[in-house]
Design a protein around this ligand. Structure first.
Ligand SMILES: [Zn+2]
Length: 420
């Protein structure tokens, strides 16, 4: 078969395909990296990848040939944890945070997540779409081609539906693929402050309403001290599973509550944050094949501790890395900064980081058969970095090194400019 497009003269091609592990390699490092490579595309899929020379039978007079001048090529980044759709911003809290005012005090005075809930409830669908489209454009320029997007700033059936319908519109309008998650259990809304149990009943009633409109694939919950307890989380997630949702849990972010253990127990696809995960929790993730989805830019922004990622990797847990883009704890679209934090603060190697933002990101969204690595038949979502080697991406930090982005085989960012 002839290719429509071939990238050639690739210095390092990170295919993210799993290879046989050697003794000096962690489970997170077993990905294929080919030097002097080519990548062939047919329609919107990968046709073939390999070491040069390019096989003659791939090329005819209609094949577009692109010389990438020895640069780095990787799969598109999968950002598998974001709170993409919201209105307003919270920079007014910055002076309070700098002075050390505790988050719970900001929350009691009407700030924090509940101020975003108020702004999001007031916003129209069109306003939410416009704001999120701008955010997605920035993410795309940083190399992101798939984004998970959670609701959870509506906190009533009508308002959660509005947020989830925005996800569905964004998926149609923007080149980035959107994976939609219902997170009505993000916080207890103000009107339920004195009767939180009634809100849990309300969430359980929302589950079938959202599912029958096919607006969310996953259900997520904020299992945390003073938010939703382990028992409450179990109750909601068990109901969600019966309704056909795949599960995620914001687990052990601040307090070691047993969220990771619960993730294993209920068969969650991924557990998120995990800064305070216990040894038992790590065991549960490993034994039940739960992806540990770490969000290190949140720790960085809040000046807090990081998830014990080296320990999780040593125990054989599969780790994904995401931005946690949200208006409170992590307002950044820059996944490369997130990757650079993994290098400098978490001591992860480039191979581990690329696996975390590609193949394991896809696993955290149960999309590993279609995205996350560059191999025959998968989506032609890939990025060209303007660096000569992998290390430079982490060495020259805080910088966007992504030059070109291809989505479904078409160029959507060229020389750092959006061209879709
Ligand atoms: Zn989150």
């Amino acid at each position: 078969m002839k290719a429509d497009l071939i990238l050639y003269n690739i210095g390092s091609l990170v295919t993210s395909r799993e290879i046989e592990k050697t003794s000096d390699m962690t489970n997170m490092e077993n990905i294929e990296i080919i030097e002097n490579a080519y990548l062939a595309v047919k329609d919107d899929k990968i046709l073939q990848v390999g070491k040069e020379p390019i096989p003659k039978d791939l090329v005819d007079s209609n094949t577009a040939m692109v010389d990438v001048h020895k640069k780095v090529v990787t799969p598109g980044i999968v950002d598998s944890h974001t709170h993409l759709v919201f209105y307003g911003s919270r920079e007014n809290e910055l002076p309070l945070k700098i002075k050390g005012v505790p988050y719970l005090e900001i929350l009691r005075n009407g700030g924090g997540i509940l101020s975003t809930v108020r702004a999001t409830r007031k916003a129209t669908k069109d306003e939410l779409i416009k704001k999120a489209m701008d955010t997605l454009d920035r993410m795309l320029c940083f190399g992101v081609t798939t984004v998970e997007s959670k609701s959870g700033y509506g906190l009533s059936l009508e308002q959660e539906l509005k947020q989830l319908e925005v996800n569905s519109e964004l998926n149609k309008k923007h080149p980035i693929d959107i994976v939609s998650t219902f997170m009505g259990a993000h916080a207890v809304p103000e009107e339920y402050r004195d009767r939180p149990h009634d809100y849990i009943d309300e969430i359980i009633k929302m589950l079938p309403e959202i599912k029958k409109r096919n607006l969310a694939e996953f259900c997520d919950i904020f299992c945390e001290d003073e938010v939703f307890s382990v028992d409450e989380s179990r109750k909601i997630l068990t109901e969600a599973k019966k309704e056909g949702y795949k599960l995620k849990i914001h687990a052990d972010e601040i307090v070691s509550l047993g969220g990771a253990e619960l993730a294993g127990e209920v068969g969650a696809v991924s557990a998120e944050h995990l800064m305070a995960v216990s040894d038992e929790g790590i065991k549960s993730l490993k034994e039940n094949n739960v992806i540990a989805n770490i969000l290190p830019a949140t720790s960085f922004n809040l000046g807090k501790n990081y998830a014990p990622v080296r320990k999780m990797i040593d125990e054989g847990v599969n780790v994904a890395i995401s931005s946690d883009y949200n208006p409170g704890s992590c307002p950044t679209e820059n996944m490369q900064l997130v990757m650079q934090i993994c290098s400098s603060q978490l001591k992860m190697t480039p191979a581990e980081i690329f696996k975390g933002v590609t193949l394991n990101g896809a696993r955290a969204l149960t999309r590993e058969n279609t995205i996350g690595s560059l191999e025959k038949g998968k989506k032609a979502d890939f990025i060209v970095y303007d660096t000569d080697n992998l290390n430079y991406i982490f060495y020259n930090f805080g910088i966007n090194h992504v030059k070109d982005v291809y989505k479904d085989g078409k160029i959507v960012v060229k020389n750092k400019e959006r061209v879709y």
